[in-house]
Each structure stands twice: as C-alpha cells, then as structure tokens.
Write a protein that binds this ligand. Structure first.
Ligand SMILES: [Zn+2]
Ligand SMILES: [Zn+2]
Length: 325
C-alpha cells in the first residue's frame, strides 16, 4: 500500500490549501460520495487533517495560564455574536438558501465574516448544508443523529475524510465568484488573521490601557480560541440537538425540532423544525415570540439598503402540514 504516506502529506498540505489534490481524489467525486465511501468501508477520521482543530480545542486550557479580565471576556462574547451572525445569516441563510439578496461586496463581507468563525469556507459550508436538506435523516445525511448517533452528528462528520472536499457541484451559483473560491480554498487565512489581530489588540491594550488588565496572549486565548470553540459547539448543536430535543410544529420528513434555548445560543437557528419545513424563508422564528436575532439584524440592515428581498414565510407554508396540538 503506497497510498498511506501520500495521503498523510496531503492531509497536512490541506491545512493551508484545502483544495489541494481534490481533482485526483476519486473517493469523493460523485453526488453521494459519503454513502458510497461508507459502503466501501472508507469512512474514517482524517487524523492528520484535523490536528489544528484538535489543538485549538486543547488550547482552551491556556485560560488557566493567561488569566482572566473582563475586557477579554467581553471581547470573546462580542466576537461570538458577530461571527455567529456570519454563520447564520451569511453561510446559512444567504449562501445555503439564497433567502435574501445583497451586493457583491455585501456577499463578500458575509463570506469573510463567516470564514472568521473557522468553520471552513462558504462553498464547503453551503454545499454540505444543501446536502443535509436534501437527505435529512436519510442514510445519505452526513450529520443525522438518528442515522449515525449523536456524537457523529455533532462533531464526527466534520472530522471524516469524505466530508473535507467542498462539494462544488452543489454550489455552482456561488462558485463562479473568484473571491469566494479563494476564501474557500484558503480557509485558514481569515481565522489566522483574526487570531493575529486579537494578539495585537491585547498588546495595544496592555500598552495604552494597562488598567484593563489584559495582554496579547490573554486576548488571543479568550478573544479567539475560547470564542471560536464556543462557536463550533453552538453551531454543531443545530445539527445534533435540534434533531433530538424540542417540539415539532410541522410534519417534515426528518426529525427536526424547535428549541428556544438553541435559538438563543445560535441567534435564531434553534427553530429548526420551522426551517426544515420552509427553508426558503430568511426568517426561522415564524412568530413574534420565536426569538430570531439574525432575522432582526437582517431587517435592520435592510433599512439601510445593505440587504434586500428578504424572503418571508408565506401564509400557505405557515398553514401546511401542521401537527395539531
Ligand atoms: Zn437539520
Ligand atoms: Zn438550512
């Protein structure tokens, strides 16, 4: 077996160039490659590829080394919120579902904001998510807790070698933009820049505002590492928990559920049964009491003309396939 060392080195090259070697990777070219690979016994965690992801998790322990300050915690929370918006409004509601419109520059900003969450590039994210909607809770679903268990739906699928390729054939509408292809291919770039910026921000605060009690390393650990790890698991709960816990309003072909708690953690993504019922809507909380912060921010941006054509929930969708109480 000659393939093993080559495959390992390719995993390492892909830390920096996530598209490296994809044209030759015959494991993952057809539409349902994940299923085909599973049947062929090829599903396995790409340990070489996921080293940065695991190291980032381990780096959370540095909070005990760098100490605490309020300004570091506030920065971590603020960056969580802003980047969660990048994921929910950008990667999910815009790139995956086309549920509102914006300019090419606005689209680029959403892509950069989403990329800063270190959940890979916009094309990778949207393509895998479209696949999820098409096959939700069916054998092909890449992150169904009912098919492969809770752990797999939460995090296992992200580490699997068959899911690393950006399934470009599912996102042809956005793959035609070179700036999006660039961000997707070099998906480590924006998170790295954010990490460096956090460090320099902490260094500057230590110098100009020593009373705040922070420094470069502390800001890097709280502002980037802790915030990014919280973002991962906040986002992953949508794939795992919202197919397990919560209530169902609509009869859907999957096990999706609505949960206020997850809606709060994810700025509105917890209304997952609503969303599977009618994914075209930019709004996932269908009623005023279903808190959906991403939607409120999109409405606010529309007042300034930064986004438009925000797709509403139709009356027909609201009344169709309801599960009577
Ligand atoms: Zn789902
Ligand atoms: Zn969706």
């Amino acid at each position: 077996m000659q393939a093993a060392p080559k495959r390992t080195s390719l995993s390492l090259v892909r830390w920096f160039d996530s598209w490296a070697g994809t044209a030759n990777d015959n494991m993952v070219t057809d539409k349902d490659a994940a299923l085909a690979a599973e049947e062929a016994g090829l599903v396995s965690i790409d340990w070489g590829r996921v080293v940065p992801f695991l190291l980032l998790h381990a780096s959370v322990l540095f909070v005990f080394v760098v100490g605490f300050s309020w300004v570091a915690l506030i920065t971590a929370v603020a960056l969580y919120a802003v980047r969660m918006f990048g994921i929910t409004a950008g990667y999910h509601r815009y790139f995956s579902h086309n549920s509102f419109k914006t300019s090419r520059f606005g689209q680029f900003c959403l892509a950069v904001l989403g990329a800063s969450a270190a959940q890979r590039g916009p094309l990778w994210w949207a393509a895998h998510h479209r696949h999820h909607h098409e096959h939700s809770d069916q054998p092909e679903d890449i992150h169904s807790p009912t098919q492969k268990g809770f752990f797999w739906s939460h995090i296992g699928w992200v580490l699997d070698r068959t899911n690393f390729r950006s399934r470009i054939e599912r996102v042809k509408d956005y793959a035609r933009f070179p700036e999006l292809r660039f961000l997707d291919r070099f998906d480590i770039l924006v998170p790295t820049l954010l990490g460096v910026t956090m460090f320099l921000f902490g260094v500057a605060l230590e110098k100009w505002a020593p009373g705040l009690g922070t420094n470069g390393w502390q800001m890097l650990v709280w502002g980037f590492v802790v915030s990014t790890i919280a973002l991962y698991h906040g986002t992953f709960t949508v794939n795992s928990l919202t197919h397990v816990f919560g209530t169902r309003r609509f009869e859907t072909k999957d096990t999706s559920r609505n949960s206020l708690l997850i809606a709060l953690i994810t700025l509105g993504e917890g209304w997952h049964n609503n969303h599977h019922h009618y994914p075209a809507s930019a709004r996932q909380g269908f009623y005023w009491w279903e808190i959906d912060i991403s939607y409120y921010v999109l409405k606010l941006l529309s007042v300034f003309g930064l986004v438009w054509d925000i797709r509403p929930v139709t009356e027909r969708a609201l009344n169709a396939r309801r599960i009577s109480a």
